[in-house]
Design a protein around this ligand. Structure first.
Ligand code: FES
Length: 129
């Protein structure tokens, strides 16, 4: 199952994975070109539900992985920022523990066509520098 917003997407998006590519508790980093900037994002599989977020912590505008592509806690239950330990729900991006409690990771819209997962740029108003 892929977390998809119902809005019409602009552009063609970018194929970032094939369905079934990611196992539960794993992530895949990818980059998107959005209005002249490059965004680093992560694709997340939590119990078969696929979501994607910009790789930028809500606490301080830093990437969350010190070790490349390591986002899940050891028990594969939450996403965690390696900087100060902000802990996020993997299916919603909500910070449920830490310095940015209650904030949400920036969602990256996804769409599945055939066996491909496409990612689209977040909306303008949601892009943070
Ligand atoms: S930068 Fe992520 S918890 Fe501080």
């Amino acid at each position: 199952m892929v977390n998809q917003a119902k809005k019409k997407r602009s552009g063609r998006g970018k194929v970032v994975a094939r369905t079934g590519e990611l196992m539960h508790g794993t992530t895949k980093k990818f980059r998107l070109q959005c209005r002249g900037s490059t965004l680093e994002a992560i694709l997340v599989n939590y119990e078969g539900k696929i979501s994607a977020y910009v790789n930028r912590c809500c606490h301080i505008s830093l990437t969350m992985d010190w070790v490349d592509n390591q986002f899940f806690t050891e028990d594969k239950r939450y996403l965690i920022c390696a900087n100060h330990g902000a802990t996020y729900e993997p299916t919603t991006g909500e910070c449920i523990w830490g310095p940015c409690f209650g904030a949400f990771l920036q969602n990256v819209p996804l769409e599945v066509s055939r066996d491909q997962i496409r990612a689209y740029c977040p909306e303008d108003k949601k892009l943070r520098e």
